[in-house]
Unconditional design. Structure first.
Length: 254
């Protein structure tokens, strides 16, 4: 039976990806090279088609002020998810960690590796705006950029999230005469190497063990020869508390 759980893995990966690009700015320059205007490029999670539909609703150059509110702009969306067998680990290997109150041991089998493909769209109305944005992104991917994500708070475990840039494409939608609006679209494709974690099992710490030794094939309690008792002192200790394990050996006449 499948167990109900949800760690928000895809959501965390998408948010982490978006945060990489939420502080990109471009400068509009005067003829003498001085800065006329600095613009922070807005970023949103949206498909390419929906954003192009919004741009098409603008009548034309007469509404250029409205257009300037919309572009330059960036949008991104997840377009594919595929299993990555090259990162598979032995299925019986486990991750462990203590519970929040420190009284139990949480464990979980190794994650299942998948690749998320995300496209980042850059919408600009002139070439220089696009080149400024692209140049602020490319140097960080050589060919990948590694993020550290808090994957499993229940196990106090972080997880690396490598992001690989796979391709860059440019599309110029300019058609018609000189009064027709020009839109340049850059499409950057990234692959996120995500790990999907399964459910957590929890059990109490073992603080005392008793081992009875006997030569009686029937394992009768009356014929115990030796009893070995090991216990944690103090009994209230949990990792990472300081404690010691005291072993007591008792002998009996069989």
């Amino acid at each position: 039976m499948l167990t109900r759980f949800y760690w928000g893995t895809i959501r965390k990966a998408i948010v982490a990806f978006g945060n990489l690009f939420n502080n990109i700015q471009i400068d509009r320059l005067n003829s003498d090279g001085s800065t006329q205007q600095s613009i922070k490029v807005p970023l949103s999670y949206s498909s390419k088609q929906s954003f192009l539909a919004r741009i098409d609703q603008i009548p034309g150059p007469a509404e250029d002020r409205t257009q300037s509110v919309i572009i330059p702009r960036m949008g991104f969306e997840m377009i594919d998810i595929r299993y990555d067998g090259s990162r598979k680990l032995p299925v019986l290997q486990q991750n462990t960690g203590k519970s929040a109150d420190g009284t139990r041991l949480n464990s979980q089998y190794v994650p299942t590796p998948y690749d998320l493909t995300i496209s980042l769209y850059i919408y600009v109305k002139n070439m220089d705006d696009g080149l400024q944005i692209i140049e602020q992104i490319i140097p960080y991917f050589n060919p990948d950029f590694n993020l550290t994500m808090k994957a499993m708070p229940e196990l106090d475990m972080t997880n690396d999230l490598p992001i690989v840039m796979e391709s860059i494409e440019m599309e110029d939608n300019y058609e018609g005469d000189f009064i027709t609006r020009q839109n340049i679209i850059w499409t950057l494709t990234f692959k996120l190497k995500v790990n999907f974690f399964g459910p957590i099992t929890s059990q109490r710490y073992i603080k005392k063990t008793i081992m009875n030794l006997t030569d009686d094939e029937k394992l009768s309690a009356a014929n115990i020869l030796t009893r070995i008792t090991s216990e944690v002192i103090p009994s209230t200790a949990f990792p990472p508390d300081l404690y010691e394990i005291v072993t007591t050996i008792e002998g009996f006449d069989g």
